[in-house]
Design a protein around this ligand. Structure first.
Ligand SMILES: [Zn+2]
Length: 319
């Protein structure tokens, strides 16, 4: 297999995904690890273990490792400042991991890297202005502006999930002091909360029956019920999709992107979320931006962050 490979690692709020990736950004080997309930020391151990697993399987020499972490990273120092949904704080993550792995390590925000992957070889290939959202436990944001990843002054920019869409909305998650953020209103966490509310309002629905059976109304289950035609589950996804569209309308007005790419686990719901989101953008955003923009799912799906991390490592390794 020609060319040098890299390893990309996406550390989400609940799980880690690592992949050995070739120079064309094709993923050859994957490793997954659950991350819930770990402290910082065991989180680092799990990450090292997953990297070593895919490195051992790679058919070519691995030149560098890229990490996407759901975290504000001070690009001046490499210090992970604060992670909303992971036990990482005040650690120079890249340096620590480079020492443990014996390889160059590059680190960026996970949603920034999803944007990089989709721009490099995915849904937004060839676009100069791209808005990326990753919807999972939280909502990550990434921006490609003028064909380049936009990070802000010290690398803390593009936190699009913390855009307020409801002044008096619910408290946001983790360390965010705000309320009514897009993340608080349209993330997988918000979806689960709304599903419980709708289930209590509609006792005859599939949603209510699932809750009564002791099932947790998380994104995948709500999506499955919606695909099976349960009206209450469809209603929940429509609500989340409309809120998503309200946020996207602001991003369309602000950045005039050619493409808005939406990834993350919650996008398993696909058009059930995107249709109401597009309708909201058509009703709320300004012309001509709203008429030019395309709103699509991530081509790399839930692997966008991992592939972007590998692309970051490849960029860094040839520098
Ligand atoms: Zn927030």
């Amino acid at each position: 297999m020609p060319g040098r490979w890299t390893i990309g690692v996406d550390m989400g709020g609940s799980k880690l995904l690592a992949g050995a990736v070739d120079a064309e950004l094709s993923v050859h080997h994957r490793a997954q690890r659950p991350l819930l309930g770990l402290d910082q020391a065991s989180l680092l151990d799990v990450a090292v273990d997953a990297v070593e697993e895919v490195r051992a399987l790679a058919e070519a020499e691995v030149s560098a490792v890229g990490f996407g972490i759901p975290c504000l990273i001070d690009q001046r120092s490499g210090r992970a400042v604060v992670a909303v949904n992971l036990p990482l704080a005040d650690i120079i993550f890249g340096e620590v991991m480079a020492e443990r792995l014996g390889l160059p390590v590059l680190v960026d925000n996970d949603a920034n890297l999803a944007a990089l992957a989709e721009h490099r070889a995915g849904a937004a290939a060839g676009c100069s202005e791209v808005v990326m959202l990753t919807i999972g436990t939280g909502i990550g944001g990434g921006l490609i502006l003028g064909g380049k990843l936009y990070r802000g002054a010290i690398g803390a920019g593009a936190e699009l999930g913390h855009t307020v869409i409801d002044l008096d909305g619910p408290r946001c998650q983790g360390h965010c002091p705000n309320r009514g953020c897009l993340e608080a209103m349209a993330s997988g966490t918000a979806l689960a909360r709304e599903a419980v509310r709708v289930a209590s309002e509609r006792p005859d629905s599939g949603l209510a029956r699932a809750l009564a059976d002791g099932l947790e109304l998380v994104g995948p289950l709500v999506t499955e019920l919606a695909y099976d035609g349960d009206g209450a589950a469809i209603e929940v996804l429509e609500l989340i999709g409309r809120r998503l569209g309200a946020g996207v309308s602001s991003f369309v007005n602000t950045f005039n992107p050619q493409m808005v790419v939406i990834g993350g686990g919650v996008m398993a719901a696909g058009e059930l979320l995107l249709e109401p989101a597009r309708a909201e953008v058509a009703a709320r955003a300004l012309p001509p931006s709203r008429d030019e923009v395309r709103i699509v799912t991530a081509a790399f799906g839930v692997e966008a962050g991992m592939v972007g991390a590998a692309a970051l490592a490849a960029d860094g390794a040839v520098r």
